[in-house]
Every structure is written in C-alpha cells, then in structure tokens.
Design a protein around this ligand. Structure first.
Ligand code: TXA
Ligand code: MG
Length: 315
C-alpha cells in the first residue's frame, strides 16, 4: 500500500471528511481518551481486511467495535443486566465489554475472527463521539500502530507508524488516559481479559465482587494478549533503581532520569505519559531503556502489563 495519508483537523469539515472516508470503506485514525484507534466500517469486509493489512496484524486477533450509544451496542450483542450496570457506571469511558454476538448484525466476520463474542466500547473522547455520531454506524478500531509496536497517543505517533498505509488521521491532540481500555469478558462470569485505563479495583467496587483474572495461557479468550507487544526498537529492562552506563532511564517518582513518567509518583500522570515517553526514548541513539519500579496497584497494573510486554523477548 502506498497512500498519501491526510492529516485532518478537528473541525466540522475535518469530521465530515473523516466520516466520508469511513463510508467509502477507507481507514481513518482518530483519537479516543485511551489511545488513537485505526477506524474502519465494521460492516465492510474490505475495510476490515485493510485494517489488518495496514497494521500487519494476525487475522486471529479480533478487533474492538466502537459505538456512539448503549442502544447501538444492544443491536450488536446480547445485553445482560451486568452490562447495563457497568455501562451506566463507566460508559462512555475506557472499558471494553466482551459479550455474545447477536446473529444477523451485518458485522464483517473478520472483526471477531469468527469468535462467538464481540468486544465493544463507547469511547469518551468528544472527537471520537462526534465522528461516530456523524458516521452513524459501528467502527472497528484497534490501536493505530503497526502490530506489536508502541500504541499511539498523538497524531504524530500515528503518522510515524502508519503513514502511507491509511487514508487519514484526524488530529485531536494527545490522549488523556494514555493506556488502552480495560477489557472485561462477560460471556460467562466477569473475567479481566486485559488490565487498562479503568483500574480493576474500581470495577470490583462497582460490581461489589472480585473479578476473575484471565487464566494464563488461555490464548483463545484474549488472543492478542500473549506475545511480545508494545515493543520499542530498543531493549527494555524493568524495575531498575540504578541504570547502567548508556541506558536511557525512564523514571517514576523523585529520581534522576532522562524522562520522568511522574515526578510526583502519580499513576494517572504516568499512564498518560507512558507511550509518549517510550516513543521519545526509542527515537534517541542507544539501544537500552531502563525503567524505574512502578507500584502494582490501580493504573500501575496496566502500566506494568504494558512494560512487561515491551520487555518480553521478541518472537
Ligand atoms: O482503548 C482501546 O481499547 C483501544 C482504542 C482504540 O479503543 N483499542 C485497542 O484495540 O486497544 P486493540 O486491537 O489494540 O486491542 C484489542 C484487544 C486485543 O487484545 C484483542 O485480542 C481483544 O481486544 N479482543 C477483541 N475481541 C475480542 C473477543 N471477542 N474476545 C476476547 N478478546 C478480544
Ligand atoms: Mg493494540
């Protein structure tokens, strides 16, 4: 693919152009509160196939569908009471629900990789909401990065990774959460499939119950969760209190470092900075990034999940 990728502005003209591209089966990257997504019409086989191609994503890894409202979600999936409860508490927001797919929805089977379930969410970013309302249909959108690489939190990150492979990116500034959505499986009991922008403790409080963690090695329920992922070009070393000579040091808290996720040791600030700081350190000379220890609580769980994947041996 060698397209000339347009950068659209967050104006009524830009949004209309983006919706027109989606209607024509094209691909538009757009901001959500978590990360930028690479959107295509979820009912159009050709558009969905192009998403996989642009990212170099394995076909067995299903996509999240983005909708403008709870009513739009209910047209696509079975909707138990627990979904109503969670949507009322956390939608729009960084929570994806995995629910049984209804028959006859018209969604491309490529979206779900032929699984009987669909991952669905209603994003909170005003530009994402405006685009979904204007397009008036379900938008399949994985994170807008080449498969396996760091997720994008600015339009520039999208261009760096996917320029020439997508039709457009609509620029809505930096994403404020900075980590992908929390994914909760609901097709049986609630199961955490991916820690993310909504801390699991907050979910558990709303449910008044503990949420089961995905059994490790259970590749089918969370197909994208196992391999090395979020990988910068550089090697990554975790839980480092004193970096070695030549390492770029990504700090947390009051430490002497090259870039700090949050000098005040604030996990919300650290989450928002994580991918952008990794992109920046990766662009510098040198092949080693060392990272401060991050507490394994609240958003720290999702931050550590992404860092462990960034540090995992590459396949
Ligand atoms: O915040 C987010 O969730 C971002 C923004 C753009 O919405 N999207 C995102 O998509 O992170 P992606 O494709 O990078 O990650 C989606 C994850 C993958 O790990 C995939 O395996 C999982 O969702 N997934 C999708 N459908 C599923 C299903 N039916 N059952 C279990 N996991 C599913
Ligand atoms: Mg992703």
């Amino acid at each position: 693919m060698n397209l000339s990728t347009r950068t659209l502005s967050d104006t009524s003209q830009g949004r209309t152009a983006a919706a027109d591209i989606l209607r024509a089966g094209g691909l538009v990257a757009f901001p959500t509160e978590t990360v930028y997504g690479l959107g295509g019409d979820a009912r159009n086989d050709y558009a969905v196939a192009r998403i996989f191609e642009a990212k170099g994503r394995p076909r067995f890894n299903p996509l999240i569908v983005h909708v403008a409202s709870v009513a739009a979600a209910q047209e696509l999936v079975e909707w138990p009471d627990i979904a109503s409860h969670l949507a009322q508490a956390f939608w729009p927001g960084p929570l994806t629900l995995v629910l049984p797919l209804k028959p006859g929805t018209g969604l491309s089977p490529l979206v779900t990789s032929d699984l009987p379930t669909l991952a669905i969410r209603m994003p909170a970013h005003p530009l994402a909401q405006a685009l979904l309302a204007e397009f008036d249909g379900p938008v399949a959108a994985p994170s807008a990065n080449p498969s396996g690489r760091i997720s994008p939190t600015t339009a520039e990150h999208v261009i760096d990774g996917l320029s020439g492979r997508i039709d457009a990116v609509i620029d809505g500034g930096a994403c404020n959460v900075g980590l992908e959505s929390t994914i909760l499986g609901l097709s049986e009991g609630p199961v955490l499939l991916r820690p993310g922008g909504l801390p699991v403790e907050v979910l558990e409080q709303a449910l008044g119950a503990t949420v089961a963690r995905r059994a490790s090695g259970d590749a089918l329920t969370a197909p994208g969760q196992l391999a090395s992922h979020y990988a910068p070009g550089a090697q990554v070393r975790l839980n480092v209190a004193s970096p070695k000579q030549g390492e770029h040091y990504l700090g947390f808290g009051n430490v002497d470092c090259d870039l700090n996720l949050s000098r005040a040791a604030d996990l919300t600030e650290a989450a928002a900075n994580l991918f952008g700081h990794l992109h920046q350190l990766d662009a510098r000379d040198g092949h080693q990034i060392a990272v401060s220890p991050i507490p394994e609580t609240g958003l720290g769980r999702a931050i550590n999940d992404r860092l462990r994947r960034a540090a995992a041996p590459r396949s």
